[in-house]
Design a protein around this ligand. Structure first.
Ligand SMILES: Cc1cc2nc3c(=O)[nH]c(=O)nc-3n(C[C@H](O)[C@H](O)[C@H](O)COP(=O)(O)O)c2cc1C
Length: 403
């Protein structure tokens, strides 16, 4: 039987997920199928993750309207997963203002809110051409990064599963515009970030965060926007997730696709990938030592330029994945475009918009990394119940200890 590659990039056998919903529709829905039974679901954790995605200096007015909560419809009973598909609904609080213009029924065409000119950097033009729409409203509605909230909801569920294996996934912001942290940020510094009551730019270096804030202020003042780079770190991942056996089973490939699939992410880097391309091998590859008793099988590294993956397999070091975001496409001082109807030159349409989303994109990328690692873990350890997964996992840990 032919194998669908999109499905394979998600998970070889078990974990699958999909989202549905439009930016100003009634709700977003996410489906997660393949989670073993018996994983405790902490509703406040899910909502906290959704809150984290909504934060960050430079967000637009929408964040003031929405306060996302994950309404679990199925697959969880009495606070634990039951092995059935999980469906999560996220209400769009703004729906009340859009019911007439985006009604499911034919409604009143006079009330439709057209996006009359395609915005450069958005899916507007490509989507309108592809789906043969006369304007870009329906394109914007689905291409919008509002969709990433649904991924954060199911990603949070997989984070809870990964915790049972001792794996944690978090992110921090490395750069905003031209302001970047210099040097590595440790896991302990990253783990302290979610404790802060204000996310600001989710940067672990206070002085750099101040410079990042000034970058956002400049963009706000000039009607422009900024991009930047986040790093997702997966802590305590055992060696052996992913495989070099087939191209689409490689962990680096799966992570790259997962993070690249996020809106505005235009490059993905594993470990020191980009700098490595311009460096000699001796300065890049991570020398191997041995220390018993150590983590996992006891092999050690003096550094982690590989970002925890060699040959498409996790090697027991922290997994470090970086996502590079282009600056936000919607500008208060719009770029040139063309009116869909008249083909006359106009300024691109403007919809309420964020100016900087690097911290939020980092949170969404955490979800994508968690979904990917959970998929790889279930590929390796299997299990219809958490007990069965953990039994297999512990057996493997023992194998590593005895290696
Ligand atoms: C969390 C998040 C929020 C975003 N918010 C906005 C926004 O308010 N305005 C905007 O123009 N783009 C925003 N984007 C980026 C666009 O969704 C994205 O650039 C656009 O859909 C085109 O897709 P592409 O950049 O992947 O090609 C956001 C991205 C993320 C990850």
């Amino acid at each position: 039987m032919p194998v669908c590659q999109a499905y394979r990039v998600q998970s070889k056998t078990m974990l699958r997920y999909l989202t549905a919903g439009e930016s100003h529709g009634e709700a977003l829905v996410a489906f997660l199928s393949g989670m073993p039974a018996g994983v405790k679901v902490d509703q406040s954790f899910l909502d906290r993750e959704l809150w984290r995605r909504q934060q960050g200096y430079g967000r637009g007015g929408r964040m003031k309207i929405e306060r996302d909560t994950a309404h679990i419809l199925s697959g969880v009973r009495q606070g634990v997963t039951i092995g059935s598909p999980i469906a999560v609904l996220l209400e769009n609080k703004d729906w009340k203002n859009w019911q007439e213009s985006l009604s499911v029924e034919s409604g009143d065409p006079a009330k439709h809110k057209r996006v009359a000119s395609p915005r450069p950097g958005h899916a507007d033009l490509a989507g309108a051409l592809k789906y043969n729409f006369p304007e870009a409203r329906y394109v914007l509605e689905r291409a919008s990064a509002r969709e990433s909230a649904a991924r954060v909801a199911v990603g949070a569920l997989t984070k809870l599963f990964l915790r049972e294996l001792g794996i944690e996934v978090l992110s921090h912001v490395v750069s905003v515009g031209g302001s970047a942290i210099d040097g590595d940020i440790s896991w302990d510094q990253i783990a302290a970030l979610p404790e802060r009551s204000e996310v600001m730019l989710n940067c672990a270096h206070a002085e750099t965060e101040q410079r990042m804030k000034e970058e956002v202020d400049r963009a706000l003042k000039t009607g422009d926007s900024v991009g930047g780079m986040f790093e997702v770190v997966a802590h305590h991942v055992p060696p052996g997730l992913g495989t070099y056996a087939q191209w689409d089973e490689r962990l680096d490939a799966r992570l790259a696709a997962a993070v690249m699939s996020l809106q505005a992410v235009k490059a993905v880097e594993i470990g020191a990938g980009i700098a490595a391309a311009a460096s000699p091998g001796s300065a890049v590859h991570d020398e191997i030592g041995y220390e018993k008793p150590g983590a996992f099988a006891g092999f050690t590294r003096t550094r982690n330029n590989a970002g925890g993956i060699e040959g498409g397999v996790s090697n027991g070091e922290e997994i470090r994945v970086r996502g590079y975001l282009k600056p936000i496409s919607t500008l208060r001082r719009p770029l040139r475009s063309v009116d869909f109807a008249t083909r006359e030159p106009v300024k691109a349409a403007y919809e309420r918009s964020d100016v900087c989303v690097v911290p939020a994109a980092g949170v969404a990328a955490e979800a994508m990394v968690a979904l990917t690692l959970a998929g790889c873990a279930l590929d390796k350890f299997g299990g219809d119940s958490l007990g069965e997964t953990l039994r297999n996992f512990r057996g493997y840990m023992e194998q590593l200890r005895d290696y």
